[in-house]
Design a protein around this ligand. Sequence first.
Ligand code: DHB
Length: 388
Amino acid sequence: MRTQVGIVGAGPAGLTLARLLEREGIDTVVVEARSRSYIEQRVRAGVLEQGTVDLLDDAGVGQRMRAEGLVHHGIVLQVDGERHRLAMSDLTGGRTIVVYGQQELVKDLVAARLASGLRLRFDTECTDLVDLDTDRPRALLREADGTSSELECDLVIGADGFHGVSRQLVAAGSQVFERDYPFAWLGVLAQVAPSCDELIYARHANGFALHSLRSPTISRLYLQCTPDEDLDAWSDGQIWDELQTRLGVSGWTLAEGPILEKGVTPMRSVVAEPMRHGRLLLAGDAGHIVPPTGAKGLNLAIADVAILAPRIIDFLRRSESSGLDDYSDVALRRVWRAQDFSNEMTLMLHSNPDRFEDKRQQARLRYVVSSEAAQRSIAENYVGLQLA
Ligand code: DHB
């Protein structure tokens, strides 16, 4: 097979990039190691920044997101059992976020690609990327039945996530910056109407808890746990009890329902600099991951491809390579802003085994809920700074 741009990974980054390039008449092939049903079902993030929503709309894949996504104008911060609403839209000149599950967005992008009759290979693993320093890089592929093939390209985009082959190849020649956190999230998806119209980020002596949602009938809830937490040690009843404790305020109870899905989300910050090796460019989690607090991961993936798409087009149409040369620097400025924000939100909201840090972060959270200046800073980062 041959194409102009080979895209490894059919997550939000790879599929959105393919869509942006399709609109400009650039030929792409997307290969994905997993099955279609796997990527369309897996429960991931759910908060889209205004800029992400606008980009998806402009790319012609926003109809269902606009119809079914839930627009939010504020979030709630809970400290010492008291709730404080952070009026995001009022603090940011009217900007909002939209709650819409990542897997719903993936479904929309897959449907759009297939409707355009364009190449998208599921169950096709990229085992290696070779000749990256030549003008004919190749992706070596293996299908589920063991058949091998090759995809020859002008450029390869590594959008195959944190565990993919692209990140490993780039990391070998890049600087990698990392930070581990002494916590993780136990997340559940529950078949019950959300108990509050807005997201609640709660700090409690037992640990952080988050009330989120996916639809008027589905709640998404998280509990701070340890990185090596044994999920099997938690019964559904214990999960609900702990959520009630950490999210509880007087006069309010969390509605409970069947748990549809549960998992443990690790927390790490990782950045590869530069996000490039020859003709391989990284986008999304392949290049960087952030801890989940503040919901920046998916939004960064979309921001990467918004920065990358016009640079690829200039390169392929006019042999103009300066855009590709500065892609990493431009994208990483936003990535580091998000690393700082996600790190700050994570530390401020989680109970910390370091007792000094724990006290300091409690003081910070109390300051935030009492200061409009501090709230404005969180709000503008939360709704998303301008793309690029
Ligand atoms: C969700 C995840 C986040 O990391 C966050 O900060 C808010 C909401 C969610 O999955 O709904």
